[in-house]
Design a protein around this ligand. Structure first.
Ligand code: AKG
Length: 280
């Protein structure tokens, strides 16, 4: 799926932006599906998924709309997460034929006030024994710098887990300012892959358009959770290949599957300041 050059770039940098993995037409259709879903949810839910740490970055009041486990709300997303183009690239990056779902989450960063994410590693939220975990951020619309595209620190996946700030699971804001990272502007259909050890974050959406993305977190099924945290209903679903661990069927919780977090986890559970390992 990926070229030798792309694999080498990922190995060196801990991230890879794959241009046009999906067509613009596909991205537009998924965008519509995602916005329809969020509109259905937000008729009854008004939870803002903004992290506590984000409030320290932005002087203005920002907002973030989200939905976890989107494949439980629309079959279009079930098809998307098993798409060969996505899982083939993920398999190449992780160096395994087998790709297992950890969780999905869609974010819509509203225009002019879409919330930032302080720089962080995903590892502290769901540590695993072999660090195979990667994220794939699928862009459903344009994500230039002014829309708060994702920022990464190249090569930071080689540093291992880093100490987090006292008030949450993000990195200290003074040591890891958003300005110090490399921007990954993207177009509809582009997919950004990165390791759960790669330092990343994003800035406020100050444009006049929404930024819509779906993050799919994936792992090698043989890489076991070091802690039983950040469980979700769809966790453990095979997206590609097989699960060599057959005991999973008998003991799904031991392998990481658990109750769904729902579209929103409630205002006291969200973000990086809840004192636990859950995050939006
Ligand atoms: O979508 C973004 O801007 C960043 C999301 C992110 O860093 C995360 O969910 O870990």
């Amino acid at each position: 799926m990926l070229t030798a050059e792309q694999k080498q770039f990922y190995a060196d940098n801990g991230y890879l932006l794959v241009k046009g993995l999906f067509s613009r037409e596909e991205a537009a259709a998924y965008r519509q599906e995602g916005h329809d879903l969020i509109n259905r949810i937000y008729q009854t839910e008004t939870v803002d998924a903004t992290w506590g740490g984000a409030r320290q970055i932005s002087k203005t009041q920002t907002q973030l709309r989200h939905c976890h486990d989107v494949q439980f709300y629309s079959a279009a997303f079930s098809k998307l997460i098993v798409d060969d183009r996505l899982t083939g690239a993920a398999a190449d990056i992780m160096g395994t034929p087998n790709v297992q779902l950890h969780h999905t989450k869609m974010f819509i960063k509203p225009p002019e006030k879409g919330s930032p994410f302080p720089m962080h590693q995903d590892q502290p939220f769901f540590p695993h024994d072999n660090d195979s975990m990667i994220a794939a951020i699928i862009h459903f619309d344009n994500a230039p710098v002014e829309k708060g595209c994702v920022l990464v620190v190249p090569g930071s996946h080689k540093l291992g887990p880093l100490p987090t700030a006292d008030d949450g699971n993000h990195l200290p804001l003074d040591k890891y300012p958003l300005e110090s990272a490399v921007a990954c502007p993207a177009e509809p259909g582009d997919v950004l892959f990165f390791s759960y050890l790669t330092i990343h974050g994003s800035n406020v959406n100050v444009s006049n358009e929404e930024r819509t993305t779906l993050l799919v977190q994936m792992r090698d099924p043989e890489d076991r959770p070091s802690k039983q945290v950040h469980l979700s209903k769809g966790q453990g679903m095979m997206l590609r290949g097989i699960n060599p661990i057959t005991s999973f069927i008998k003991d799904p919780v031991a392998n990481g599957a658990g109750p769904t977090m729902g579209p929103t986890m409630g205002p006291t559970m969200g973000g990086d300041t809840m004192g636990g390992s859950q995050k939006m």
